[in-house]
Design a binder for this molecule. Structure first.
Ligand code: THU
Length: 161
């Protein structure tokens, strides 16, 4: 028997003012695009902005539904938009933020399990690591270098070959 260990490194900043300019701008956009979310059931408004490797930016916000499971997260809306508007283009960085009428938005959130799976597929198919900037409307900011770190033991397209 051999024990294996999974560890990963991520960067923690005290707030947006410590980020380099380009990252701060992307996070500011993610914070503001939360206003486009449609989240009347959870009152939890998520915004995501991607900077693509071709320099374009693409947004996504969560879109809920009276039939709750029909709702879709901001990250997967963003990926659908990116793949449709700029097919085959890798994503350099995604900033993800949120706002809420019920809880305070002063710490980072990270993508749900389903979104991690979708993000990893995008990363794999474009062969470009996706950096994540995670933060609330204020407070600490996390930067993760690749989605792969967030989904150890992932099920990937390789299993189907
Ligand atoms: N949500 C996202 O859009 N992204 C996440 O990473 C976590 C959760 C949405 C789904 C739902 O509309 C609301 O936030 C509350 O779960």
């Amino acid at each position: 028997m051999k024990e294996h260990k999974f560890e990963f490194q991520y960067d923690v900043y005290n707030d947006i003012s410590e980020l380099k300019k380009e990252d701060a701008e992307l996070l500011a956009k993610a914070r503001s695009v939360t206003k486009q979310a449609y989240a009347p059931y959870s009152n939890f408004f998520v915004g995501a902005i991607a900077k693509l490797n071709n320099g374009e930016t693409v947004a996504g916000t969560n879109q809920e539904n009276a039939s709750y499971p029909v709702g879709i997260c901001a990250e997967r809306v963003l990926l659908g938009n990116a793949a449709t508007l700029y097919p085959g283009t890798g994503i350099d960085t995604i900033a993800i933020s949120y706002d809420s009428k019920e809880v305070s938005s002063n710490h980072p959130i990270s993508p749900c399990g389903m979104c991690r799976q979708a993000l990893l597929e995008y990363e794999t198919r474009t062969e470009k690591p996706i950096r994540l900037i995670l933060a609330g409307q204020e407070g600490k900011v996390y930067i993760v270098k690749t989605v792969r770190f967030l989904l150890p033991f992932a099920f990937t397209p390789d299993e189907l070959k």
